[in-house]
Write a protein that binds this ligand. Structure first.
Ligand SMILES: [Zn+2]
Length: 412
């Protein structure tokens, strides 16, 4: 191999003077280029304590996949020396082109991360990169670990805690998000007190102390954990969850009423489920007449729907005082309605009134976490081989963690 070629590859790889390219082998039949790199420095530095030391021996020969040269799969091969430090013992020295334990060079990982981010699915990324599943996962895992190590968790003012379904059936994960920077901070298995306690452990005491408000559902374990971990923060119950409970009450009332009407051969409510789920302004134009005529009849479902719609004005109140006055009026209306499901929700809201009116001080919701739903959904469906929680966590943090994933390639 000519000196020009080896020197050219040395420059391409960004090697410092400790390393030289000793051979470049083209294998046209395999569409491959193998680059042999040799360590040429006599003295070694201990990777741990940085003292000068002698060489013990060589680690077993290794190879790293590099960026392709034209269409040729390019591999770096090297036998890396091991230092012999009096204090630290025998250690393999780090190589400038790759991270410890990685089978890829840093430049390959940079490109792979961008490919994974741009691809609709991980299998498409694997195909494009010409690597298998495990490799894609290992690159993502390292990227996430790198990102977590350099992540700034200071000055967080408000967070949201939410649950998402995971896998098949009734499995859940709990998610901690930062509202302002719209990022997932951490995910944990389950939706128990323990899950949320673990989520809070992601932040140290000082980081937690800067948090002024936490949005969450009226879910006991989430609240208890938050009160202990973040006693100074105001709990703000998420308005989308409230709206969901009210919607479910309307639906329960409709089902019961429809059943009773059908027993008298009255089909007034038949096939109207979706109509009552719309918010007024989202009602399709062609459904307007039908809905208005239903509204004019004295249906229990109609009354329940009005209560649900009316509650939206609660969130428009400007002060805690106004919100309390509004709530009390709404509450008396609801509990006199004789609509059991609505009375039940009203009772729950009253028990959580403090967390509802704190919205007027901190108008935050779980919208940030809701915003990740489609992305998390697509991670779930696109991720073949997605079997365990740890893989799922890596994927969520990779795509929704706003982490600095790219390795630092300072030599280039
Ligand atoms: Zn040492």
């Amino acid at each position: 191999m000519s000196e020009l070629t080896t020197e050219h590859y040395r420059a391409l790889l960004g090697l410092d003077s400790n390393w030289k390219v000793s051979n470049v082998q083209f294998k046209p039949e395999l569409k491959a280029v193998d680059i042999r790199v040799t360590f040429c420095e006599k003295g070694l530095t201990c990777p741990k304590c940085k003292c000068d030391c002698t060489q013990a021996d060589f680690a077993p020969d290794r190879s790293w996949r590099h960026l392709d040269t034209m269409q040729f799969t390019t591999t770096i091969q090297a036998t890396v020396p091991r230092s012999n430090c009096e204090t630290c013992g025998v250690l393999t020295i780090p190589v400038p082109w790759a991270e410890k334990h990685s089978r890829f060079t840093l430049l390959f990982e940079c490109m792979a991360i961008e490919v994974i981010q741009a691809c609709a699915s991980l299998s498409a990324a694997a195909l494009l990169l010409g690597v298998d599943w495990k490799c894609v996962h290992s690159i993502m895992k390292r990227a996430v670990e790198r990102g977590l190590a350099s992540r700034d968790l200071g000055q967080i003012q408000s967070v949201g805690i939410d649950e998402k379904s995971f896998g098949k059936g009734q499995d859940y994960i709990s998610v901690l998000v930062e509202n302002k920077r719209t990022r997932v901070i951490e995910v944990e298995k389950g939706r128990t007190r323990e899950s949320v306690d673990k989520l809070w452990e992601t932040l140290d005491k000082t980081q937690r102390a800067s948090i002024k408000a936490v949005s969450l559902d009226m879910w006991g374990p989430f609240m208890e954990s938050t009160r202990v971990a973040c006693p100074q923060a105001e709990i703000v119950h998420d308005k989308f969850h409230v709206s969901k409970y009210l919607g479910e009450a309307v639906d329960k009332i409709r089902r019961q009423e429809n059943k009773e009407l059908l027993e008298q051969n009255d089909e007034t409510l038949k096939g109207t489920r979706q109509l009552w789920l719309y918010a007024m302004e989202n009602l399709p134009e062609d459904k307007n007449a039908e809905f208005l005529s239903l509204q004019k009849q004295d249906l229990r479902t109609g009354r329940a729907w009005s209560m649900k719609e009316n509650f939206r004005h609660f969130w428009e109140c400007q002060t805690v005082e106004d919100a309390k006055v509004y709530f009390n009026t709404w509450y008396s209306w609801a509990i006199r309605s004789q609509l059991a499901p609505m009375i039940k929700v009203a009772g729950m809201l009253k028990r959580h009134l403090d967390g509802l009116v704190s919205y007027m001080n901190h108008p935050i919701t779980n919208a940030t976490s809701e915003g990740f739903n489609s992305r998390i959904q697509s991670i779930k469906s696109a991720a073949r081989g997605f079997r365990n929680f740890d893989n799922y966590r890596i994927r969520i943090l990779f795509f929704c963690g706003k982490l600095d994933l790219i390795p630092n390639v300072s030599t280039h």
